[in-house]
Design a protein around this ligand. Structure first.
Ligand SMILES: Nc1nc2c(c(=O)[nH]1)N[C@H]1C(S)=C(S)[C@@H](COP(=O)(O)OP(=O)(O)OC[C@H]3O[C@@H](n4cnc5c(=O)[nH]c(N)nc54)[C@H](O)[C@@H]3O)O[C@H]1N2
Ligand SMILES: Nc1nc2c(c(=O)[nH]1)N[C@H]1C(S)=C(S)[C@@H](COP(=O)(O)OP(=O)(O)OC[C@H]3O[C@@H](n4cnc5c(=O)[nH]c(N)nc54)[C@H](O)[C@@H]3O)O[C@H]1N2
Ligand SMILES: [Mo]
Length: 736
């Protein structure tokens, strides 16, 4: 398969047409994309009251392949009732993630009970009765509540309110597997766990660092900002062990000049080893100090910890920095010089930074570098974690976390006149381990695919199968429904955001709250998330509770509660009348007064971790291909990296030569956690030698359960593996 030399462009336009055909024509797809609902894909956010394809700076049209994928997926036909009789669980287990996604929309509640071979459709009354009966009979501390990042603020708020009144704090969201390292890291620096800037700030920056992310595939609309920045004469530095073509040159389908000629993105592309960022960022900081490019006045007036950091930087040797990052001194000096010559710098990062056992340290090191030149606490510069799911930030903001902020906890109690449990709740991995040990018996999943997202897939399957009851609220089938089955497993089909009967809200990664109008259901059957949760809460906790759950099924009532309970969300209480979308207050730092107790930002000192690995091993990153959204695979090919199929490992030709492997040879990949056999070797000169790439979720069989002690985020990007030629290389197999 030919490798593309540019991201976006005509293939993206062609793709739009093919998705339009799947969605029943260009007009229905366009109408759906333009409806007043927040976009369903990433947290860069667009849509809402200004209509779809409009970003928060008011720019139109903002087109993106990913929003079309997500929309076309939801516009699929329903899965017919006979499907469940015709296809056994064993058959479902043999399906790939992409085939499961293409089965269609879930439209009826489904029941699986241990010993049965098939799912059986059941009616809503039976589904609710079964769940309520088990919850009532289960001690609350044996339950686990998980939310992915697609649901609304309203559904998320109701979910954790229900869980806490039921009696547990084990409520968490997918961010433990995603950006929690950013939230913990940022909170330790500025006192607030989210971006310090708004979208418009990037439009005025003169330099952007893109660290550990592939926005050309995963946040394509950020590419417009980078193209504009380059046209203004600004510069982009990319730090990534892989040269991602779309970060070298991107052709924006929304911009004629860019579509025809392509737009250069990176001015400098630096390839550290996997896990080398902390050493690299520290090295750049050392050089910034050495050349006197620090803003000493800012450090003295607005920061804590400069003396300690300076002592540490000055005491580190270049040998240690270069060896632990894999980047040589010249390149470090070049980065420092470019940074020193820029005035308004935005630091953006993604999973290449958070998916490590030192993810929080990585984030703090980025913040150190920014603070050293006074790049936080003023307009047009700052810190930007590029978030994943479209509402993952909102779900955390409204309280789907084990530990609530003190203010939220107090106000929840006083607003509703309730006492909430104080026993500490578990994070996602701790909950999975508790399930494996038999300490939990019920899990309730609002969206997502907890099985597919979890490290150590073999363990995850076993852990979830030890549960008595597993409830999935989903729109479409995924691998979890086939592989992770508790004694009783119930799937409740959900309406998508743009099918909700009532308005809902979402929060972008720029702390911007959008109002989605909802819309007519595409198929009879699925129910609103809010309605399902309210009904269950009513059945389990009952009308005697201080909360009238029937009334709380009105999203407007939930918004009033959020306004009263969550600091910064006050305006959400009137949004139905005002239609005024807004930035959560107290989060964007355009002045150097931070949310810490003394108003100063904190610098942090780190020990540099050694590079993982020894002779004969490779560091493996597990990442997304161009054709997927998390565990949902839309296409099996990765057009940007020029790879066909997903059962592959991408290796640098030097590593192939070193291990005497040839292209297309089949290997067995082993880690301390698991083994994947019959994996095809693909030569990939774009990756830094010594490192390898495989696709998530399939590669989760190999990922250990080790997490960052501070954020509990797994090291999905740094798995040590060895390779062994496989028996599938024999001539008989090669012919198949
Ligand atoms: N189309 C599409 N869009 C998405 C998603 C999707 O699956 N598909 N998922 C959404 C979600 S939930 C998320 S969290 C985001 C994910 O967005 P990304 O973080 O961009 O996604 P990943 O594929 O995990 O890629 C991580 C990038 O990190 C690099 N990397 C790996 N290890 C290291 C390292 O040690 N250091 C550095 N510097 N870089 C490293 C990889 O080469 C790769 O380019 O995207 C969101 N948007
Ligand atoms: N090895 C490895 N593992 C990883 C990662 C990695 O990079 N490498 N990335 C991690 C990251 S960043 C993340 S965010 C997680 C993803 O973890 P999750 O969020 O748990 O998983 P998704 O695959 O996004 O969930 C997809 C399912 O969500 C359902 N869905 C879609 N829209 C809606 C909706 O509106 N309502 C409801 N109720 N359901 C809906 C669909 O049924 C679909 O099958 O995976 C993590 N796991
Ligand atoms: Mo994510």
């Amino acid at each position: 398969m030919a490798r593309m030399t540019r991201g976006g462009g005509w293939p993206a336009v062609g793709y739009a047409w093919s998705k339009a055909r799947e969605a029943g024509g260009i007009v229905p797809l366009y109408k759906a994309l333009r409806s007043k609902n927040a976009c369903k894909s990433c947290a860069l956010g667009m849509g809402g009251q200004s209509g779809g394809m409009v970003n928060e700076a008011g720019h139109f049209p903002q087109v993106c392949k990913k929003s079309m994928q997500a929309m076309a997926g939801d516009m699929q036909a329903p899965i017919p009732a006979e499907f469940w009789r015709q296809h056994s669980i064993t058959e479902l287990q043999a399906l790939t993630p992409s085939t499961l996604e293409r089965c269609g929309r879930l439209v009826e509640p489904l029941l699986y009970r241990r010993g049965q071979s098939h799912y059986t459709p059941i009616d809503w009354t039976e589904a609710h009765d079964r769940i309520a009966t088990t919850l009532k009979a289960t001690p609350a501390e044996q339950s686990f509540w998980y939310a992915s990042g697609r649901s609304s603020n309203e559904a998320a708020f109701l979910l954790h309110l229900f869980a806490r009144i039921y009696g547990t704090n084990t409520v968490n969201n997918v961010s433990y597997y995603c950006h929690n390292a950013s939230s913990v890291g940022l909170a330790s620096v500025t006192g607030s766990g989210t971006a310090t800037i708004v979208l418009d700030d990037i439009e005025h920056a003169d330099m952007v660092f893109v660290i550990g992310g592939n926005p050309a595939s995963n946040h394509p609309r950020l590419m417009h900002s980078l193209i504009h920045l380059r046209r203004r004469g600004g510069r982009v530095i990319v730090i990534n062990p892989v040269v991602e073509v779309g970060l070298v040159n991107f052709s924006s389908p929304a911009d004629v000049r860019s579509l025809l000629f392509g737009s250069e993105i990176a001015n400098l592309y630096v390839q550290p080893h996997i896990g080398g960022d902390l050493a690299l960022l520290t090295g750049v900081a050392k050089q910034i100090d050495k050349i006197g490019a620090i803003d000493l006045e800012f450090l003295q007036q607005h920061c804590t910890g400069w003396t300690e950091l300076a002592t540490r930087l000055r005491g580190l040797t270049w040998e240690e920095i270069c060896a632990k990052s894999g980047v040589d001194r010249n390149e470090i000096d070049t980065i420092a010089e470019m940074y020193a010559n820029s005035r308004n710098v935005v630091f953006a990062w993604t999973m290449g930074i958070t998916h490590h056992t030192h993810g929080v340290d990585n984030v703090q090191a980025i913040a150190n570098l920014a603070l050293m030149r006074g790049m936080v606490g003023r307009p047009h510069a700052g810190l930007l974690p590029i978030r994943g799911h479209s509402n993952v930030q909102g779900i955390g903001s409204v309280g789907v976390t084990p530990k609530l902020k003190d203010a939220v906890f107090e106000r929840l109690q006083s607003h509703f006149g309730i006492r909430l449990p104080t026993t500490p709740g578990l994070d996602t991995m701790a909950a999975m381990e508790a399930a494996a040990d038999g300490r939990l018996s019920v899990a309730f999943c609002l969206g997502g695919n907890l099985f597919g997202s979890n490290p150590d897939a073999t363990f995850a399957r076993e852990a979830l199968s030890r549960l008595q009851l597993l409830v999935y609220i989903n729109t479409k089938l995924n691998t979890g429904h086939a592989h992770a089955l508790a004694a009783e497993t119930i799937i409740l089909p959900s309406l998508a955001r743009d099918e909700e009967p009532q308005a809902t809200t979402q929060e972008s990664m720029f702390n911007y709250i959008r109002l989605s109008d909802g819309g007519p259901p595409r198929h009879p059957g699925p129910r609103s998330e809010v309605e399902m949760i309210a009904q269950l809460a009513d059945a389990v906790i009952g009308p005697a509770a201080p909360i009238n759950w029937q009334e709380m099924a009105q999203t407007r009532r939930i918004r009033e509660a959020i306004a009263a309970v969550v600091p910064g969300f006050e305006e959400i209480g009137q949004i139905d009348e005002t239609k005024q979308e807004f930035h959560v207050s107290g989060r964007v730092f355009h002045a150097a007064r931070f949310a810490t107790s003394d108003g100063r930002a904190n610098l942090h000192v780190h020990t540099l971790p050694p590079l993982q690995g020894a002779e004969g091993t490779l560091r493996l990153m597990t990442v997304r291909s161009e054709g997927q959204f998390n565990t949902v695979v839309y296409e099996d090919d990765d057009i940007y990296r020029g790879v066909q199929g997903r059962d592959v490992i991408l290796l640098h030709p030097e590593d192939m030569a070193h291990q005497a492997l040839r292209a297309d040879q089949r290997v067995t990949v082993r880690s301390e956690t698991g083994t994947l056999a019959n994996i095809r070797v693909v030569p990939f000169a774009n990756i830094r030698a010594g490192n390898a790439l495989m696709y998530y979720p399939e590669a989760n069989v190999l990922v250990p359960r080790t997490t960052d002690p501070q954020s509990k985020t797994p090291a999905f990007k740094n798995v040590l593996v060895t390779l062994e030629p496989s028996i599938f290389n024999s001539p008989e197999y090669a012919q198949r």
